[in-house]
Design a protein around this ligand. Structure first.
Ligand SMILES: NC(=O)c1ncn([C@@H]2O[C@H](COP(=O)(O)O)[C@@H](O)[C@H]2O)c1NC=O
Length: 523
């Protein structure tokens, strides 16, 4: 029932102007049945009238025809006066009377589909035509004037309108919430238009647009952030290709902030391998095992064997559907998250026995066109690192020391080179038979990373393995650690002013060395 204390205002007159006609007829019927006068534009009015519901055409209100192919229909004082009059003020009510303007209590509007038109690959003129002008103007006006007007921008909110009719209108708190939502919708729309215009209409000079807006939508609050005393939430970026944030959780405890960070790193690492089944096991955003195999279960056994101690409590990503065999293996090991493109019949059932294991079905991998990183007072943006950068193709590598690698050795070097880009710099990665055997990550000098990789591998596995270094060896010392451990072949970008010393050390040791010319730092 209407209660003045909560600022409820009755709905007597509604303006309805929607591109998306879903739920429109049901809404119009309910409004009419509640005694609300309906005012509406072009095809919205036609749809309402077609359903037998009485409706007043906006032209009847404005006394002016819709012109310029619909570019001007609601842009008129008779409409905007009705939307913007603050009815708490006697002076505003008096001015409405003076000019023969009738107040509007409810605006229902959604906009021309600009984003969908751009996504369809339409030409510039068609996209420009889909920039809604009158809709946002009305929505902004009604949202600003939420003291007097309720605004609904989403058909999903129509049930809320029906409920409000039963309760004598929207409360002030509801109108405020609707206004906040409406301004967010308009802002998202404007960001999409501005981002597109910055590239399409003003590409002058720079490869980076003068404006880059993000229109993020809250997906949900997370239990906490990186640490329990930090608050955190997940937001979705409607303009980015779908990724881990859109993954469907099939089982397990709620995803945490750290789970998302690690699962994203794992998903990227596993998807760096396209031609073969691959598994990446990640802890604290670093791999403790990456492997390719005959099938995903084989790849997992090899990845897990790299560092079983660290794999405890890890996050696993697979680039192929999870088989029952793999599910049984994973069920034996304490694992936080398992991400895959799909789960074969029976696999989820096997893993459901593990109450806490989170199972994610992620959308097909798509690299983001750009990566963002916050720095104090700003944001760094870069194009994403690629696995097919120049120099990543082994046929383009330059042999600078030792004998040319045979097919098997070259295959291991190519695997190591692809895997090392998932390791935080400075990165040294030892591999054998399509699997990592020792990973040295995140050290502040390359010698320590080499020691770490060798120690993790142990003497037996290091001997005869191949090594990849994410960036050049600045001195021969890091390489010597690998040589002393019995590494057979090394792939690295080269480019140090002391390349000659490094190459000489490899030559002297009889170690094969290839230079890629491409670096894969990962911070
Ligand atoms: N120009 C105007 O005065 C105007 N007023 C409302 N619109 C939009 O026209 C659409 C509804 O038009 P119709 O009822 O003709 O299908 C809505 O998406 C609304 O946002 C307008 N169109 C675009 O700017």
């Amino acid at each position: 029932m209407s209660s003045p204390e909560d600022g409820r205002r009755p709905i007597r007159r509604a303006l309805v102007s929607v591109y998306d006609k879903n739920g429109l007829v049901e809404l119009a019927r309910a409004l009419h049945a509640a005694g609300v006068e309906l005012v509406s534009t072009g095809s919205t009015a036609a749809t309402i009238a077609g359903a037998g519901v009485p409706v007043t055409a906006v032209e009847t209100v404005t006394g002016f025809p819709e012109i310029l192919d619909g570019r001007v229909k609601t842009l008129h004082p008779k409409i905007h006066g009705g939307l913007l009059a603050d009815l708490r003020k006697d002076s505003h009510a008096a001015q409405l009377d003076e000019h023969g303007i009738v107040g509007i209590d409810l605006l229902v509007s959604n906009l021309y589909p600009f984003q969908a038109t751009v996504a369809s690959g339409a030409g510039v003129d068609e996209c420009v035509e889909q920039i809604d002008i009158g809709g946002p103007a009305m929505v902004r006006a009604a949202a600003k004037n939420h003291a007097s007007v309720a605004v609904v921008t989403d058909p999903a909110a129509y049930p809320m309108v029906l409920a409000a009719l039963d309760y004598g209108g929207f409360s002030l708190a509801q109108r405020r919430a609707l206004a906040a939502r409406a301004f967010a919708d308009i802002a998202e729309y404007d960001v999409a238009v501005a981002n597109w215009c910055a590239v399409q209409l003003d590409p002058e000079g720079t490869e980076w647009p003068a404006f880059a807006g993000l229109g993020l939508r809250a997906q949900r609050a997370l239990r906490y952030g990186e640490n329990p005393h930090q608050q955190a939430a997940l937001y979705l970026d409607p303009d980015a290709p779908a990724g881990l944030a859109q993954a469907e959780q099939l089982h397990g405890k709620e995803m945490s902030y750290n789970n998302y960070v690690d699962a994203d790193a794992a998903w990227r690492a596993a998807n760096d391998f396209v031609d073969q089944p691959a598994v990446a096991i990640i802890k604290h955003a670093n791999p403790c095992g990456i492997a390719v195999g005959a099938d995903v279960a084989d790849a997992h056994r090899k990845a897990h064997a790299c560092d079983p101690v660290s794999a405890y409590g890890g996050v696993i990503a697979v680039n192929r559907p999870v088989t029952v065999e793999l599910a049984k293996q994973v069920a034996e090991i304490f694992t936080e998250v398992l991400v895959a493109p799909e789960f074969e019949a029976g696999a989820v059932e096997v893993l459901q026995a593990k109450k806490n294991l989170r199972l994610l079905r992620a959308p097909a991998w798509a690299p983001p066109p750009a990566e963002w990183r916050q720095v104090g007072g700003g944001v760094l943006v870069q194009t994403a690192d690629r696995v097919d950068a120049p120099g990543d193709d082994p046929t383009a590598w330059r042999l600078v020391a030792g004998e040319p690698a045979d097919d098997d050795l070259l295959r291991d070097l190519a695997f190591a080179w692809r895997a090392v880009r998932s390791v935080k710099s400075n990165a040294i990665l030892l591999a054998a038979d399509g699997a990592t055997v020792g990973v040295g990550m995140g050290q502040v000098n390359r010698v320590d990373s080499a020691h770490l990789a060798v120690n993790r591998a142990g003497a037996d596995r290091a001997r005869g393995s191949v090594a990849a270094s994410d960036a050049f060896f600045p001195f021969a010392d890091g390489l010597k650690v690998l040589v002393d451990a019995g590494v057979r072949a090394v792939v690295q970008p080269g480019g140090s002013i002391r390349d000659d010393e490094v190459i000489a050390a490899a030559t002297e040791a009889g170690v094969t060395m290839y230079l890629t010319g491409t670096r894969h730092f990962f911070h």
